[in-house]
Design a protein around this ligand. Structure first.
Ligand code: SF4
Length: 465
């Protein structure tokens, strides 16, 4: 067996069937620097980040390592089948949901869980070479080694991904972290993170910490911020944290000194009654506005995620969120209809209550091929509204929030480069909204057409009778 490996980060398809090219901001591009750093020196490696590169199905590598695209897996499945037909040995990993697991296990020779390490990948490749491999490898969640950022050379990536930790201490019911990490997290050594920041500084792009929650461990975050400030690195960065960070003045000032420009918060709802359903009672919604204000007054812009279709949502919920976004002037708002991901607590709740309209995500994608960004569609029965009402109110809210004048108003910043970054984030969210509207109209016209066909059939049947 040739000691050569093909590393593939696949892309996914848009609603019109074309492949997503040019890396969208929130894709899991961090997987490639991680896996590339793990390949032993005596193995050749060929790298394909499909957002930029064409897949080389004719590669002479003997082993293909594929990473989850994180979204629509159908295209990754097709690629895996093509490589399989060409006799390649296929490894699939870095996935976090039950669907990826089921689909890829059917095709791939080996599936791994957790994060790869240089030692575990060396062992795995050796097992394959001597023909003594297992179909499944379970690894820990530590990633305490320097990543290989040379994989991004020659690619125009808008935001460079880095990571200081894996996992999260919380167990939010809608998040795919708790089933995987079980409320635990692992921190990287701060020197490793600083090494990575030094490596990515040359790209001269904003840096995005992909950690699920930078505020998992206060002391660690404080040390990390101080180390970044002391390193004199000329970087600008953002990340995600829980909103209670607003109550910690020392941390906010350390973040500012460390050149943190944007923090994103999963607020998810402004209805207090929804907190229990989300497992987020520890973050009272009544405090959100003053907390966002504190963060922005400390010189760090805030972004906010919201989920719709929760049990206590009514039409008024959408207006509340619209007004909240305007009043707080968050730099980037992200709006989603609830997607009950298989394996999460909210998925099990809706399933047990008989409220899922599609039993699993695969059925959902098959029934709704026009939605490659499925967060505009309720495939469950909401409690206080109909699914159609949720979808229509959701699109109406998007049309307010992503108006160009509003995007410009909230992106304004003293720094032109920050303003440009906020604009990019908002414009990407706006283009997703536009795509959702097109998908929504497509679905409506298909339903209309199939209703017409049905009535024509009935008419013919009546006439014949
Ligand atoms: S805080 Fe964020 S990352 Fe952590 S469980 Fe909740 S949603 Fe997931």
């Amino acid at each position: 067996m040739k000691k050569s490996v093909y590393l593939l980060q696949p892309t996914y398809r848009k609603m019109d069937g074309t492949l997503v090219k040019g890396l969208p901001i929130f894709n899991y591009a961090i997987n490639m620097p991680i896996i590339s750093a793990c390949i032993p020196n005596d193995w050749e490696k060929e790298i394909c980040i499909e957002y930029f590169d064409e897949v080389n199905l004719e590669t002479d590598a003997s082993v293909v390592i594929m990473m989850s695209p994180g979204y629509d897996l159908a295209h990754a499945v097709t690629l895996a089948q093509e490589f399989k037909r060409r006799g390649k040995f296929i490894i699939f990993g870095s996935h976090t949901d039950e669907l990826s697991d089921r689909l890829m296990r059917e095709i791939c020779d080996v599936v791994y869980y957790g994060y790869p390490q240089p030692t575990t990948i060396a062992e795995l490749l050796n097992d394959i070479r001597i023909g003594l491999f297992q179909p499944e490898y379970r690894w820990k969640f530590g990633i305490d080694f320097a990543f290989d950022y040379s994989v991004f050379n020659n690619h125009d990536i808008p935001f460079i991904p880095v990571m200081a930790s894996t996992g999260c201490k919380n167990d939010c019911s809608y998040c795919c972290y708790p089933p995987v990490f079980g409320g635990r997290y692992r921190l990287r050594h701060i020197e490793r993170v600083i090494d990575d920041l030094r490596a990515v500084q040359k790209f001269n792009k904003p840096i995005s910490f992909l950690d699920g929650n930078l505020f998992n461990n206060r002391e660690y975050l404080l040390r990390l911020c101080n180390a970044i400030a002391d390193s004199k690195l000329k970087i600008r960065w953002g990340g995600q944290a829980t909103i209670d960070i607003a109550e910690d003045g020392e941390i906010l000032s350390a973040l500012k000194k460390a050149r943190c420009r944007l923090l994103l918060f999963g607020l998810e709802t402004l209805e207090p009654e929804n907190s229990a359903q989300l497992h987020k009672e520890m973050y009272p919604v009544q405090k959100f506005e003053s907390q966002i204000n504190k963060i922005q007054q400390a010189g760090i812009r805030a972004g906010a995620y919201f989920i719709f279709g929760l049990d206590s949502d009514t039409k008024n919920t959408f207006n509340k969120v619209r007004d909240f976004i305007h009043r707080t002037n968050v730099a980037v708002p992200y709006l989603h209809v609830l997607v009950p991901i298989a394996g999460t607590a909210i998925y099990h709740q809706l399933r047990n209550e008989g409220r899922l309209l599609a039993e699993n995500f695969e059925d959902y994608l098959q029934q709704n091929p026009e939605f490659s960004v499925p967060c505009s569609f309720a495939y469950f029965r909401p409690k206080s509204m109909t699914a159609l009402e949720v979808e229509e109110e959701y699109l109406r809210l998007n049309s307010h929030v992503y108006r160009l004048d509003r995007i410009i108003a909230r992106s304004i910043s003293v720094s032109i480069r920050d303003m440009w970054a906020f604009l990019q984030l908002n414009l990407e969210a706006r283009s997703k909204y536009k795509a959702m509207v097109r998908g929504y109209q497509l679905r409506k016209s298909r339903h209309h057409q199939s209703a017409k066909n049905e009535s024509a059939k009935n008419e013919i049947a009546t006439t014949t009778a």
